[in-house]
Design a protein around this ligand. Structure first.
Ligand SMILES: Cc1cc2nc3c(=O)[nH]c(=O)nc-3n(C[C@H](O)[C@H](O)[C@H](O)COP(=O)(O)OP(=O)(O)OC[C@H]3O[C@@H](n4cnc5c(N)ncnc54)[C@H](O)[C@@H]3O)c2cc1C
Length: 448
């Protein structure tokens, strides 16, 4: 292989989480023979490892996996995983509809491992730029890695997951003692070893906030827990089967074609299906635990609702001081804790308080984006329309603002989205990949 062939790929994937694993599966199933390399910053395939809590279950029907809604005969299905692990009958006998998150993470790993030949783990993408004459077929993307390597690509599937939403007051304090919830488990282990952490504040009112509060209540040695959020109390997730039709393929069409005003209305009406709410089982567990603690005269967990954090400071010892404001009376009080977990979600694309105009890594690529009031725009097949015209850049798994609820925060439509991106990619690269096929290149190329 010449040098040119070894660092120029038909497709480079940024991230190898569910979004790009789904794309790899779709490309494999159609027998695409372009060259592809997926770059993953972790050392191994893992699905949300910071939140693989004991007892936590998944939030979607397990058959909405990488393939079943598109191709129920696929060998990459969750059922085939169970069968190959010799656990099918035990699973079917489980008195629950939703598998444990750790079991689904094992399924994700099992699928990912079948693509080891086209993934480079430990590869942290730090920048993406363009090379060549704008709008010509010869233009390529240059992907820069933290270890100094660069790769060139005829197309990109950009799938690093959404940017964590960190409230501005906390942004300069992220570190050992103040973490986003996606880093919860390693932080919890650190804090357990560091005996100085005796109290933890969980900020947020969603599924993750309840799960973390319950989890912290079970750790030894015990820690005091304050859970604070802006709402009145925990809201139940909207699990009406009518609402859950947002995970039907038709909903994506409806949402995508709606005006921005209608999208905002739909968002407000349907957001409790996945955001700012929690499942009945964990809400009830927490309520019962608080009741039992009350009976026992324990004060381990306290809830501070209806309040916002307006200022943060941190002592040299690591202790965190929070200034809280009651949202009704505007009364201010302070709270001192040893650590904070921010269960504050992720940023979608948009201009709102917790949104971003484009993911930071695409800053050099979003060349047509223009002024400060413009947000990255996406075609129905998830291609950036503000990017270079002749070089397809797919934004894979970040498109809830344009494509609706099933896009970023859920597995539910992953198999169909992967198919759409794969079809579009194959069509757009057909001239190159036909040439590659005549050269009889392997479908995927590993780099050292
Ligand atoms: C705690 C938790 C539980 C969830 N549970 C469910 C559930 O039960 N059901 C459901 O449908 N959805 C669930 N979700 C939503 C979930 O985020 C999606 O289903 C899915 O993980 C999204 O996949 P993704 O590939 O888009 O993003 P991610 O899962 O975030 O994967 C992105 C990958 O890109 C890598 N990466 C990031 N930046 C770079 C970089 N610069 N260079 C190289 N690699 C990079 C990351 O390491 C990661 O592996 C959950 C989310 C969370 C946080």
């Amino acid at each position: 292989m010449t040098r040119e062939q070894s660092d120029l790929f038909d497709l480079v994937g940024v991230g190898f989480g569910p979004a790009n694993i789904g794309l790899a599966v779709a490309l494999e199933e159609v027998g695409w023979n372009g060259s592809a390399l997926f770059l993953e910053r972790r050392e191994a395939p893992d699905w949300q490892p910071g939140m693989l809590l004991d007892g936590a279950d998944i939030q979607h029907n397990p058959l909405r996996d990488f393939v079943t809604p598109r191709n129920p005969l696929s060998r990459f299905s969750f059922l085939n995983f169970l069968k190959s692990e010799d656990r099918l009958f035990q699973f079917l006998n489980l008195p629950t509809a939703f598998p444990l998150r750790k079991e689904y993470a094992a399924y994700v790993r099992w699928v990912a491992n079948q693509f080891d030949h086209c993934v480079s783990y430990g590869s942290d993408v730090i920048d993406i730029s363009l090379e060549g004459v704008p709008h010509q077929q010869t233009q390529v993307a240059v992907v820069h890695l933290a270890d100094g390597r660069t790769l060139r690509a005829r197309s990109i599937s950009f799938a690093p997951g959404r940017t964590p939403a960190v409230p501005a007051v906390f942004s300069t304090y992220l570190g050992d003692r103040i973490v986003h919830f996606t880093d919860y488990l390693p932080a919890r282990e650190r804090w357990r070893r560091d005996e100085a952490v005796k109290s933890v504040c969980v900020v947020g009112g969603s599924q993750s906030a309840v799960e973390i509060t319950l989890d912290l209540a079970s750790v030894t040695p015990p820690v005091d827990i304050v859970n604070l959020h802006r709402g009145f109390g925990y809201q139940l997730k909207d699990t009406s089967p009518f609402t859950e039709e947002i995970y039907f393929p038709q909903f994506v069409e409806t949402f995508y074609r709606s005006s921005s005003l209608r999208r905002q209305e739909l968002w407000a009406e349907l957001r409790r299906s996945n955001y700012g709410s929690a499942d009945r089982d964990v809400i009830e567990q927490l309520y019962c635990k608080l009741y039992e603690h009350d009976l026992d005269g324990r004060r381990q967990i306290s809830l501070r609702t209806n309040c916002s954090v307006v200022a943060v400071s941190q002592a040299k010892s690591g202790t965190v001081e929070l200034l809280l404001e009651d949202r009704g009376s505007f009364e201010r009080t302070s709270l001192s804790v040893d650590a904070v977990v921010l269960a504050t979600g992720f940023r979608n694309l948009g201009l709102g308080e917790h949104e971003e105009r484009f993911p930071p890594l695409l800053r050099k690529i979003a060349i047509g984006l223009g002024g400060e009031r413009n947000v990255l725009s996406l075609s129905r097949d998830y291609r950036m329309t503000d990017g270079p015209r002749s070089l397809p850049i797919f934004v894979n798994g970040l498109c809830e603002s344009s494509h609706g609820f099933g896009d970023a925060g859920s597995f539910s439509l992953l198999s169909l989205r992967s198919q759409m991106i794969a079809d579009s990619l194959i069509e757009l690269l057909s001239s190159h990949v036909h040439a590659a096929s005549r050269r009889e290149q392997p479908a995927v190329v590993a780099i050292g």
